[in-house]
Write a new protein. Structure first.
Length: 202
């Protein structure tokens, strides 16, 4: 035992750089683990907060007949239900936007930069499309012949990925070709009176 104890300092001195390197690696690994753990906790809490604030839907449906009494249906079943209209609009020969009307109860759009809509000639543009097309806040964009000012960038909670349809053919990987936007309900009525209406339940 004494022999081993006497050899240990000599061995450490002879391999001091290996020992220092090993200790450094352990410290770096520990620091990285702590940082990643904190990051994952932050991402988890951010996601939970986003889902809570936006009232992300539990389901989307199209009713066969109109609700006779929507308020009574919601109260009887303990749910929130809100209709939302959407339409695809070709902005340029290359770029198409799926334009949603702003909702206030379910699948509430979250402004990631800029401000919320305040007028019917304003729009929110999806962050991915804005970045890809280099669109800045304050820029104008024509939708079906009407001019809108981009006052904010937006995330729509039930539409986080650029897909046109739910099949493989609907996946659009190029954000310069397809994106999302949000306008006021009044603006949607003027843009597309016959827009597709879906119902969202929470």
């Amino acid at each position: 035992m004494n022999t081993l104890l006497k050899r240990l300092p000599r061995t450490i001195r002879a391999n001091r750089w290996l020992v220092v390197g090993s200790i450094t690696l352990v410290m770096l690994a520990s620091a990285l683990y702590a940082s990643m753990n904190g990051l994952l906790v932050d991402i988890g809490s951010s996601r939970a907060r986003f889902e809570s604030e936006s009232h992300i839907e539990s389901a989307t449906f199209v009713p066969r007949t109109p609700f006779a009494d929507l308020a009574a249906f919601q109260q009887d079943n303990g749910v929130l239900v809100e209709a939302r209209r959407e339409v695809d609009i070709a902005v340029t020969a290359k770029l198409t936007l799926r334009v949603f009307e702003r909702t206030s109860r379910v699948d509430i759009p979250v402004v990631t930069d800029g401000r919320a809509l305040q007028a019917d000639n304003e729009m929110l543009l999806g962050q991915t499309a804005a970045t890809a097309t280099k669109t800045r806040l304050g820029s104008t964009m024509a939708l079906n012949g009407r001019t809108f000012t981009v006052v904010g960038f937006v995330a729509v909670p039930d539409y986080m990925y650029p897909i046109r349809t739910t099949d493989d053919a609907g996946i659009v990987l190029d954000p310069t070709a397809f994106g999302i936007a949000v306008v006021t309900p009044a603006a949607m009525t003027q843009l597309a009176p016959t827009a597709l209406t879906t119902w969202h339940i929470k």
